[in-house]
Write a protein that binds this ligand. Structure first.
Ligand code: NDP
Length: 574
């Protein structure tokens, strides 16, 4: 249906309101990303405890050598390992902080956890595992179990080490191996190390005055304490529960709390945009007809679709860049106003409905999809505490305090998110000449494809900055995994021992990232959030590559076509 024509003034007024709401928030939180803490020491140590690791057995420290060592056991490690196995790699070790593989899906077991990307695209290696997901959108337990199936299929449990955090990864120049130390006293060695520590892995808490004094129970969404809540939240029926944050995690949790808890207080700083979630069970007739290799074909179609839309856009070349931007912005505003109307249709109380309306451009924050979140606010036991952009700034022994009012709680859940795309989150990475990766990055991130960084031979980074970013993250990670496996294969097949990116190749990519990030001021215009570094000024190279996924994928292939040109490759020194 054609959109009704509206005068440009209509859109400009809405953009003014977006600006006003952004400025209000920036005014409340000058510290930017520093408003959060993920230093869980002292009084905050309990927030780091893994509630899923029960009866962890003691083990002797390990001091052996493997060919490939992964730091982290989520999709990055699993996807790359599958490709390495296909290429004949035998000694592969995953070192993982949790007590199993799964990464995000190991940690995020909160009630209602599910993925917003269509399961047939999100769940990787479906051809290889001959598996068809149960629903159009997968729930958390199915995804976690799929991760375990991948680890079993590719024999990744054999050498894996769990409940272990890598603390230092140091290049030993004499041995030309990585020396990997852990919090369990291990001193392992590896020819290749892959930083597979995830894009949103380390939980963060909003640093709120008095939070350590809270006398009730509390935890972060990624450390859900089922001993306290009961497996089906049945132990919350006489409990008053509060949740701080209204991002994608909270949007899935609130409806579950609403069904079971005595009272639920949702402390909101900025509302999420909530659209319909069109889910259904997989049609068995469709599943039966799938031919081997169906997922690969589906992936190829996605890439081709990106290409087609690029061609279409090029064909529209007659439109000026300003006109294109205006049209895109207006379409985004139309989408957000539809989201507003949906809220009015669902939420009965007009004041609550108004407070739930997001005033920012589509995609300034991660869009959410849920059918039960908004209706939860019609239930008598659910209360929205809208802090109008300010957020909770004080917590007493009894609970959060806002506008002079104290909210006494039994349980407080922090749905306050994660550190974003940090390489080596718990781990010091030290390359050639004793250079620490963080020191190298101090004047700006420097990589080739977000994967290789000069002076750190045989080290690969997954899910970090300077790579492309995809809503379907596994698709992006699969291309990185394929690339890394091909690089390692090249080194082995050609009698080399080390691979280190050349400075010129690294510089070419840094400039490529800068060029593509310089094209839009959109991020500055957005309301603060993790997509725009909470409104902090950011060097242009310290973000994702914005040249598009298709182009990122093609660049990977071009880099591999010229291995000798892009990398220093050397045999083992004797
Ligand atoms: P987010 O970082 O998206 O959200 C954090 C929330 O905490 C925001 O609403 C933020 O408000 C709020 N907040 C922070 N400090 C305060 C405060 N002092 N008072 C009140 N509110 C506060 O974290 P999530 O864990 O929700 O999501 C992280 C990402 O994980 C998602 O963006 C998504 O990529 C992924 N994810 C995907 C899911 C899926 O596929 N369905 C499900 C869950 C997560 P403000 O907006 O004002 O900063």
């Amino acid at each position: 249906m054609a959109r009704p024509e509206r005068p440009q003034e209509y859109y400009d007024q809405i953009k003014d309101k977006f600006r006003e709401q952004r400025d209000l928030r920036l005014g409340y939180r000058p510290p930017g990303t520093d408003q959060y803490t993920s230093d869980f020491s002292g009084g905050l140590a309990k927030y780091a405890i893994d509630p899923y690791a029960k009866d962890v057995p003691n083990r002797e420290p390990i001091s052996d050598e493997v060919e490939v060592l992964f730091i982290g056991g989520g999709f990055s490690a699993l996807l790359t390992s599958a490709r390495l196995r296909e290429r004949g790699l035998e000694s592969i070790r995953i070192v993982e902080r949790g007590s199993d593989v799964g990464g995000t899906w190991y940690w995020n077991r909160y009630p209602g956890a599910a993925c917003d990307v269509v399961s047939y695209d999100y769940l990787p290696l479906l051809d290889e595992l001959d598996y068809v997901p149960v629903n159009h959108y997968s729930r958390g337990p199915e995804i976690f179990s799929h991760c375990q199936s991948i680890a079993r299929k590719y024999n990744l449990y054999d050498l894996a080490v769990f409940n272990t955090t890598v603390t230092e990864t140091r290049w030993d120049e004499a041995e030309q191996l990585w020396h990997v130390q852990t919090d369990q006293g291990d001193a392992m060695r590896a020819q290749f190390v892959i930083c597979a520590n995830g894009t949103l892995a380390k939980p963060k808490l909003s640093a709120i005055a008095g939070m350590e004094s809270f006398a009730g129970h509390s935890f972060h969404t990624s450390r859900w304490d089922y001993d306290y809540t009961g497996e089906h939240l049945e132990q919350l029926k006489d409990k008053v529960v509060g949740i701080i944050g209204t991002g994608a995690s909270a949007v899935q949790i609130v409806p579950e709390l609403a069904k079971t808890a005595k009272e639920v207080f949702v402390f909101q700083r900025t509302p999420s945009s909530i659209d319909v979630r069109d889910d259904w069970p997989t049609d068995p007739n469709w599943a039966r007809k799938l031919k081997p290799g169906w997922q690969q074909k589906r992936r190829e179609k996605v890439l081709a679709a990106v290409e087609n839309s690029l061609e279409k856009r090029a064909a529209k070349g007659a439109t000026s860049p300003e006109e294109k931007l205006r049209k895109q912005e207006n379409a985004n505003i139309d989408y957000m106003m539809r989201i507003h109307r949906r809220i009015d249709q669902i939420v009965a109380d007009p004041a609550t409905a108004d407070a739930l309306k997001p005033w920012y451009m589509f995609m300034c924050k991660r869009p959410c999809f849920h059918n039960d979140y908004l209706p939860s606010f019609n239930l008598p036991n659910v209360h929205l505490v809208d802090t109008k952009g300010q957020g909770i700034t004080q917590i007493s022994t009894k609970g959060p305090v806002f506008d002079g009012k104290e909210y006494p709680l039994d349980l407080l859940v922090y749905a306050t998110g994660f550190e974003v795309q940090q390489t080596g989150i718990y781990n010091d990475i030290v390359g050639e000449g004793g250079v620490n990766l963080q020191d190298k990055y101090a004047h700006g991130i420097r990589t080739l494809l977000g994967i290789h960084t000069a002076g750190f031979p045989n080290l690969f980074i997954m899910g970090g900055y300077q790579a492309s970013f995809q809503f379907n993250l596994t698709e992006m990670l699969q291309t990185q995994g394929d690339h890394i496996a091909a690089c390692i294969d090249y080194v082995r097949a050609n009698g080399h021992h080390t691979l280190d990116v050349k400075d010129a190749a690294e510089e070419w990519w840094v400039q490529n990232v800068i060029e593509h990030r310089g094209k839009t001021s959109r991020s500055e215009e957005c309301t603060p959030g993790y997509y725009n570094f909470e409104g902090n000024e950011q060097r242009r190279q310290d973000g994702n590559y914005n040249g598009g996924f298709r182009r990122y994928f093609e660049h990977q292939g071009q880099v591999r076509d010229k291995m000798e040109e892009n990398f220093h490759l050397a045999a083992k020194r004797t």
